[in-house]
Design a binder for this molecule. Structure first.
Ligand code: LMR
Length: 393
């Protein structure tokens, strides 16, 4: 049965973590996979999360099944985090998914079921797993221009030009904030322009928001989601608790459908639950119990928000420090764009060959598409990393 299978292909991000672990050099720096590390190089369990986890463990009376949609209190709280306006949540549903990757696949399948063979437009570049997930669900993938190589910012005119070709049967995938991999985000004005185009052409926006709280702030980062939900009849959203709650391995995410009316949203929910039943039946409970405990408790929520804001501000500071080290090493302002980027990542504009040189000559691990994880930097490594980048530029 298995003799015709092709040999396995390596995932461009996950394979880096393995290569990093196997690297025997004393000085090595992992700027590959998107996890936050503190100044000791540790991905911490946040204090508020530890407290909530203790409450969950103390209060837990059973391990009996939850429903196919996961924890309904979590679903309401997670929906409220991206869409606090009750007028919109009236016509929206949210189901808990095994990570936001699970949510991406579920919503892609929902599109595929509702409109077989539909086209989804991805930014060029986009998160490396977007295209495989969409294609696995049977969707056709097209790309719209997004990142301008010289300025390292979003080329909004080129983006709008390409998206003007997206029609009423098409879906357009957008990054809610902290664009992965580039770090270049849409301004409020650009969000409004894309929304106007969606109104005019009728395409369905699908927003992947995996880094809420790491860009401009928890509320500010949801601007795009909220603006589109308020001004369009339909919207798809996946949200993740991996980064902002630090729950990576607990696989805690949401698939959200905003529809023109509640009963259409409920039909979408029914289909999502049927899909859950025919794949994993129900999502893992632990992460969602923790998030719910945090979000429903005033004090825990406020400490979590403080911790998240501290992480965000540290990222801003790391960006500034890396920029100034790079300015010294290169005697130029060529890397100033790193300061303007948002969230965990920045694309350096390096070729795959240059990224391989960073790895082979300096043991600095970034993704071959030129992405580095700023959140993986320790303050003590900034000079070394800047020296490496300056050497291969
Ligand atoms: C990343 O982009 O590094 C993260 O979202 C981790 C992943 O699953 O790829």
């Amino acid at each position: 049965m298995f003799s015709n299978l092709p040999s396995p292909q390596q995932d461009p991000i996950l394979s880096l973590s393995l290569a990093y672990r196997q690297d025997q050099r004393d000085k090595k720096i992992d700027l590959g996979i998107g996890v936050y590390r503190n100044s000791d190089g540790v991905t911490p369990v946040m204090d508020s999360i530890q407290k909530a986890e203790q409450i969950v463990l103390n209060d837990q009376e059973t391990k009996a099944y939850v429903g196919m949609a996961g924890d309904e209190e979590f679903n309401a709280a997670a929906l409220n985090l991206v869409l606090p306006d009750s007028g919109i949540t009236e016509r929206a549903i949210s189901v808990q998914t095994p990570g936001a990757s699970g949510g991406l696949r579920m919503l892609a399948e929902l599109i595929s079921f509702s409109s077989p063979g539909a086209t989804i437009w991805l930014s060029n570049p986009s998160y490396v797993n977007h295209q495989p997930v969409m294609e696995a669900a049977g969707l056709k993938v097209k790309h719209y221009r997004y990142f301008e190589a010289n300025s390292k910012q979003v080329d909004v005119n080129a983006m709008l030009d390409d998206l003007s070709k997206a029609g009423a049967k098409d879906v357009v995938l957008l990054h809610g904030c902290c664009h992965n991999p580039t770090g270049a985000d849409l301004t409020h004005e650009a969000w409004k322009q894309v929304t106007l185009l969606a109104q005019k052409n009728g395409f369905l926006p699908f927003i992947d928001i995996a880094y809420q709280g790491f860009g401009d702030g928890l509320a500010q980062d949801a601007f795009g989601v909220q603006h589109m939900a308020a001004n369009l009849p339909e919207l798809l959203v996946t949200s993740s608790c991996s980064k902002n709650f630090g729950l990576y391995r607990e696989r805690t995410g949401s698939a959200i459908v905003v529809a023109d009316q509640k009963n259409h949203a409920m039909n979408a929910r029914g289909k999502l639950l049927q899909m859950a039943r025919s794949t994993y039946t129900m999502p893992p409970a632990h992460g969602a119990s923790i998030v719910k405990t945090v979000l429903l408790d005033k004090e825990l929520k406020s400490s979590w928000m403080t911790e998240l804001e501290q992480m965000r501000l540290r990222l801003v500071s790391l960006r500034q420090q890396l920029c100034s080290e790079l300015a010294t090493k290169t005697n130029s302002e060529d890397f100033e764009f790193i300061k303007q980027h948002k969230g965990m990542f920045s694309v350096l504009g390096f070729s795959a060959e240059q990224m391989i040189r960073l790895r082979e000559e300096f043991a600095v691990y970034g993704v071959n598409d030129g992405r580095i994880n700023i959140a993986g930097l320790m303050e003590q490594d900034l000079t070394y990393v800047a020296t490496a980048i300056a050497a291969v530029r």
